[in-house]
Design a protein around this ligand. Structure first.
Ligand code: ZN
Length: 108
């Protein structure tokens, strides 16, 4: 019984606004706030999700290397993040024309 509840919880989580492949989660939505070390995204579920950036976070705008300075409020973004402790840490931040969670197309 406990395992079934756990499984249902995992399914509910996986079909939510963030979903995992392996250790990773994707956060997709619109940038609503930024600090020097975090990006807050409003997802399709209208929930704000804050993802923390790291010195080795990579940024990609329309398929080209970019930086956090290129990201603007209101922009659509796809953040690939790893969960560490209770925080989501960004590994890749994609925005611009080709923003999509496509590094593993078979997952979609
Ligand atoms: Zn990913």
């Amino acid at each position: 019984m406990k395992q079934i509840i756990l499984l249902l919880a995992m399914i509910a989580f996986a079909t939510g606004s963030t979903f995992a492949h392996g250790n990773e989660q994707h956060v997709m939505g619109t940038v609503t706030a930024m600090t020097s070390d975090s990006i807050t995204v409003r997802t399709q579920a209208k929930e704000p999700v804050t993802v923390y950036t790291m010195p080795d976070t990579r940024y990609e705008k329309s398929g080209a290397a970019a930086s956090m300075k290129d990201l603007k409020l209101g922009e659509r973004v796809v953040i690939h993040a790893a969960k560490m402790n209770d925080k989501l840490m960004a590994t890749h931040v994609r925005f611009g024309a080709t923003a999509r969670a496509s590094h593993q197309p078979s997952a979609f």
